[in-house]
Design a binder for this molecule. Structure first.
Ligand code: ING
Length: 310
């Protein structure tokens, strides 16, 4: 008996700086409805998908900064999405900027992805570990990428949850470029990893990488999927947002590393595929049988870097 789950990669086109959360939620609802009509159990939305990618600007006023964050989830505008999803019996994963006040009253700012089951219950939350970009104002850049100024790294690392009949994990954007993201979840038996991303096509620190943005995007997710016997869903906020051209090419990848479905536009578009989670075992029980073949003790041996002969 196949353990099927139908997943929608709900790509978003540009969100302008002045667009309200209500207007954005209307667009999310439209993608959710389409996904529901086409049989989705789970719809995955991009990173920071409630607003424009605000780390492009260096803001100093704390009140203005916190306006880009959610202090509750669901909040007044997103409750509509939670309620409609539960009515439709469709789960979803949503990326947003989170303010969390801990037990000592300390306010934390995270880049967060949430997972919601088909009955509307919150399964879990992931807070981005690999926070890219720069910490300080760099006004000479064509556009800034101040995630390290706005967000602190998540404290919990990469967890997995039993949900939707399988083992589900989450990661956010730059996380997808680091092999440990997939391996840490792979060692926990993950079968489906959900990743939202906002990726400009121009990379200021090394512009020669610009032409490889699409190649690197799929390369890392296809490798992560194959080497850990898991499905990977990568969902973009793409198109030209506030003058910054961002990668789209949202994708649904099988444990074989093959692409099952892909968005072909740079706007609001949902790519859908039915995934048999039992298919993961073809890789988890053969090539990547960690209990049998994995040699993690070797990781610690490369303590002294070898002389790099140029
Ligand atoms: N974005 C980027 C990513 O890893 C980045 C970081 C910025 C890469 C610019 C390339 C160019 O896809 C996020 N949000 O992590």
């Amino acid at each position: 008996m196949a353990r099927d789950i139908t997943v929608g990669a709900a790509q978003m086109g540009p969100i302008s700086r002045g667009e309200s959360r209500t207007e954005v939620v209307d667009r999310l609802l439209s993608l959710l409805e389409t996904g529901a009509q086409r049989g989705c159990d789970l719809v995955v939305f991009p990173e920071l998908t409630l607003t424009t990618f605000f780390p492009r600007w260096f803001l100093t006023d704390n009140v203005e900064i916190d306006r880009w964050f959610e202090s509750e989830m669901p909040g007044p505008e997103t409750k509509l999405l939670f309620d409609r999803a539960a009515e439709l019996g469709v789960g979803f994963s949503l990326g947003y900027a989170e303010i969390f006040v801990d037990g000592d009253g300390i306010k934390h700012h995270y880049n967060t992805q949430i997972l919601v089951e088909r009955d509307g219950s919150v399964v879990g939350k992931y807070r981005k570990v690999h926070v890219p970009g720069h910490e300080h104002d760099e006004p000479d850049r064509p556009f800034q990428h101040l995630e390290r100024y706005y967000f602190e790294p998540g404290p919990s690392g990469f967890e997995v949850w039993n949900a939707f009949g399988g083992v589900i994990g989450m990661a956010i954007c730059n996380d997808r470029r680091w092999s440990e993201t997939y391996r840490v979840m792979g060692l926990q038996g993950v079968e489906l990893i959900l990743i939202g991303y906002n990726t400009p096509l121009h990379y200021s620190p090394d512009p020669q990488q610009n032409a490889l943005a699409g190649f690197h995007n799929h390369l890392v997710m296809q490798s992560g999927a194959y080497q850990n016997g898991t499905y990977v869903v990568g969902v973009a906020k793409g198109g030209i947002e506030e003058g910054v051209d961002s990668l789209a090419q949202s994708v649904i990848i099988a444990p074989s590393g093959q692409i099952k479905a892909q968005c072909i536009t740079t706007g609001d578009e949902i790519a859908i595929a039915t995934l048999d989670l039992d298919y993961c075992d073809f890789y988890k029980n053969t090539l990547f049988d960690f209990d049998r073949y994995h040699q993690s003790q070797h990781f610690g041996l490369i303590s002294q870097p070898r002389e790099h002969k140029r």
